[in-house]
Design a protein around this ligand. Structure first.
Ligand SMILES: [Zn+2]
Ligand SMILES: [Zn+2]
Ligand SMILES: [Zn+2]
Length: 152
């Protein structure tokens, strides 16, 4: 069992999700996706899991995915074209910890990077605007090395 699968199992325990065969399959599938680094939709995840477990409901998968986002196991990356992809790179899961994403507008590849907004700047905005900042998100959109036009 990979480290990721174990951490995902632990997170599901902490969420009070009952141990079951579908739960185990979900953890294993997410463990594989964590290694591959691909983004996925709930539909795609559900379709993959249903191959082994035809009675698995879409609502169950959707609910669990949502809870794993809250637990910072999964990240949700919102593309500007309406595509929403989940990725198994939450800050509770990966060694990098707090991070943000580079998102390719053409192939929807997602990568993480560790640059963050300077804490003192966030603090300054918070004071100036009299706004209690609790979290932030930052995604840089563009073209990955494979989707850029090749240099002549
Ligand atoms: Zn991430
Ligand atoms: Zn790309
Ligand atoms: Zn940050």
């Amino acid at each position: 069992m990979s480290d990721y699968v174990q951490k995902i199992e632990n997170a599901l325990d902490a969420l009070g999700e009952r141990k079951s065969r579908p739960r185990q399959l979900l953890a294993e599938k997410l463990g594989t996706l964590a290694v591959e680094g691909h983004g996925f939709t709930v539909e795609e995840l559900w379709t993959a899991l249903r191959a082994e477990n035809p009675s698995l409901g879409r609502a169950t998968v959707f609910r669990t995915v949502k809870r794993l986002v809250d637990a910072k196991i999964l990240d949700l990356i919102d593309f500007l074209d309406g595509t929403k992809l989940y990725r198994v790179c939450g800050e509770s899961l990966i060694d990098t910890g707090h991070h943000h994403h580079l998102a390719c507008l053409q192939c929807h590849a997602i990568r993480e990077f560790t640059f963050c907004l300077p804490a003192d700047q966030i603090e300054r905005v918070s004071r100036k605007e009299n706004f209690w900042v609790q979290s932030h998100s930052l995604t840089l959109y563009g073209l990955c090395e494979f989707c850029r036009p090749q240099q002549p």
